[in-house]
Write a new protein. Structure first.
Length: 552
């Protein structure tokens, strides 16, 4: 039977777009199949904050940060904690990816017009020893233009290839099976879904109006993870993190449904590390949701006090921004699936950022004027102030007794005792006068302010939480928010997928979240952040180049 293209890419998210454009650039013909409509092109990456992990970049150097491949690899390995036989390829991918982030990545993107915001963020700061989890230095480079700014160069290249006939999009085409001939994957088949004019990211109809089949020499699966499918998240939830939460909100659209993972497995692909996942503990319910159960992650600075459901302060080093999975593990061990931030107006103003392109109109709209207002305005950025006044999880009061009363009313379980909370906050407040103290969180605040980027826009001047001059007081009920799938299809460095028999499945490639961002889980257990978009870029690029080369 005649081929419809040289390569088929399943998924028009970032990984699929990168793979497809690399194939088209070689002059080969590629079809991109996506179950969603054209309006959702770019997948999750469009909604993302656009944070990218880069190592020893000019942006870091300008801020006095001394970074290196060796330091970054030390951090990566300390966070990944690779400890399984299946970690052979994930570990190789991790090494190759850190080299990419310290080498070609920035220049490759820059040549396509990509730019970063000049203040580099410091995510996942750890708090253990030098070989433990976390970034030793700031490495989170926010794309100027956030998520849409990272999608844009690849969409532009894809549209050019589309015009010249090398790339064809098939939107509203849902893949239900991979087809094989003589053991080699050579096509996909599935359902044509009815057109649906929903806005980008909203749930689209699953009404079937026809079926389709297309053939090629190879298929790249770039269908994303499972974060929008809470049943699958719960099914794969690792016991080491306690029981799966009863209540979760969604940090990803519903099309991140994990369905294609089962379909690819059915074609013989080997899925590894399915119990490794990356969910956040600082989720807030979106007061203006786009997708079902839509939650937003707070990217917190270091100063908010963090309490569990019973009002006990989280232990050191589980401070905001230190160790996402450590926090998740601790919170699930309390028997409740929520926790609390308690902070001041001065802290929210300087330290709260919300992850998502639509929550950062200044950076997304590339407006220097609006961005500068972050530093000069009296209030927090407008989207944060909107959550403060309209968000279901926010409480604002002048007095601690009123705040605690309202927290109990919101949680509905009367677990919090005013005296207990007050004693812990007052004790912390007594530590604030001196720059050399024993409270580790206060030490971290002083450490953060020695970095100019944090002092400028991320870390409030140390002050007493109960100082009315910094009020009002704010409490935020924090939910668990599903996001990333760290495991995936086992692949070699050309993104070729291994079969359940340990041999490469001819014609089958995987990239992006479906491939655990490379190898079947290049993050191991934990991420240093900004590594997911980067993993899509790197694995999509490798998959596209290798599949194009293999196509005769
Ligand atoms: C709000 C938010 C903020 C984020 N911020 C960051 C950040 O700052 N830095 C960072 O590194 N990462 C961030 N991420 C994570 C990152 O955006 C994602 O991990 C990444 O974009 C995943 O890309 P992907 O191409 O692998 O999958 P997706 O974007 O999920 O794309 C997969 C595509 O495949 C399609 N598909 C699935 N199944 C089928 C099927 N059976 N048939 C046809 N089509 C199918 C889907 O419709 C979808 O379009 C963020 C994510 C979100 C949601």
């Amino acid at each position: 039977m005649a081929e419809d293209a040289d390569v088929i890419v399943v998924g028009g998210g970032l990984a699929g777009l990168v793979a497809a454009t690399e194939i088209a650039d070689t002059g080969k013909r590629v079809i991109v199949v996506d179950q969603e409509g054209e309006q959702s092109l770019g997948g999750q990456a469009f909604w993302s904050f656009g944070g990218l992990f880069l190592v020893d970049s000019p942006e870091q150097r300008r801020l006095g940060i001394k970074d290196s491949f060796d330091l970054a690899l030390q951090d990566w390995m300390g966070s990944a904690g690779f400890d399984r036989d299946e970690d052979l390829w994930p570990r190789r991918w991790a090494e190759a990816y850190v080299a990419f982030a310290a080498g070609e990545k920035r220049g490759w993107l820059r040549a396509m017009g990509h730019r970063s915001f000049p203040v580099v963020g410091w995510a996942e700061r750890g708090g253990y020893d030098a070989m433990g989890h976390g970034n030793s230095v700031p490495r989170f480079h926010v794309t100027w233009g956030t998520g849409p700014g990272i999608v844009e160069p690849f969409e532009r290249r894809a549209r050019e290839a589309q015009k010249s006939g090398r790339l064809t999009f098939k939107f509203r085409h849902r893949v239900d099976a991979l087809t094989t001939t003589g053991g080699a994957v050579d096509g996909v088949s599935g359902a044509i879904l009815a057109p649906d004019p929903v806005e980008r990211g909203q749930n689209s109809s699953r009404k079937i109006i026809g079926d389709f089949a297309v053939r090629a020499q190879a298929v790249i699966v770039a269908s994303g993870g499972i974060g929008g499918n809470h049943d699958l998240v719960r099914k794969n939830w690792p016991k080491r993190l306690g029981d799966a939460p009863k209540n979760m909100i969604s940090g990803v659209p519903e099309h991140v449904d994990g369905r294609m993972i089962g379909i690819t497995e059915a074609a013989g692909a080997r899925l590894i590390n399915r119990d490794r996942m990356w969910h956040y503990v600082e989720g807030i319910q979106n007061w203006s949701p786009i997708w079902p159960r839509h939650g937003i992650r707070i990217l917190p600075g270091p100063s908010s006090m963090w309490f569990d459901a019973s009002g006990k302060r989280l232990p050191s080093p589980l401070f905001p921004g230190s160790d996402t999975l450590g926090q998740l593990h601790y919170i699930m061990s309390t028997g409740y699936d929520y926790s609390w931030f308690v902070l001041t107006q001065s802290i929210i103003k300087k330290e709260f950022a919300l992850s998502g392109s639509e929550q950062n109109p200044d950076l997304t709209g590339k407006s220097w004027l609006m961005t500068a207002r972050r530093a000069t305005n009296k209030g927090a950025p407008a989207p944060v102030e909107a959550f403060k006044s309209k968000g279901a999880d926010f409480i604002v009061r002048d007095k601690l007794e009123d705040l605690v009363g309202a927290m109990n009313a919101l949680a509905g379980d009367n677990l919090l005792q005013l005296d207990h909370l007050k004693a812990q906050i007052e004790a912390r407040d007594r530590e604030i006068e001196n720059p050399y103290v024993k409270d580790t969180q206060v030490m971290n605040i002083h450490n953060a302010r020695r970095y100019i980027g944090d002092r400028l826009i991320r870390t409030a001047r140390p002050h007493r939480i109960l100082d009315p001059a910094h009020g009002p007081l704010i409490a935020v009920k924090l939910n668990i928010l599903t996001r990333k799938t760290l495991g995936g299809f086992e692949t070699d460095l050309d993104s070729r997928v291994f079969g359940q028999d340990g041999k490469i499945v001819p014609g089958l490639y995987a990239a992006g979240e479906a491939a655990g961002f490379g190898g079947g889980g290049m993050h191991g257990y934990r991420s240093l952040e900004g590594t997911f978009l980067g993993g899509c870029l790197f694995s999509g690029r490798n998959a596209g180049r290798a599949a194009a080369k293999a196509a005769g």
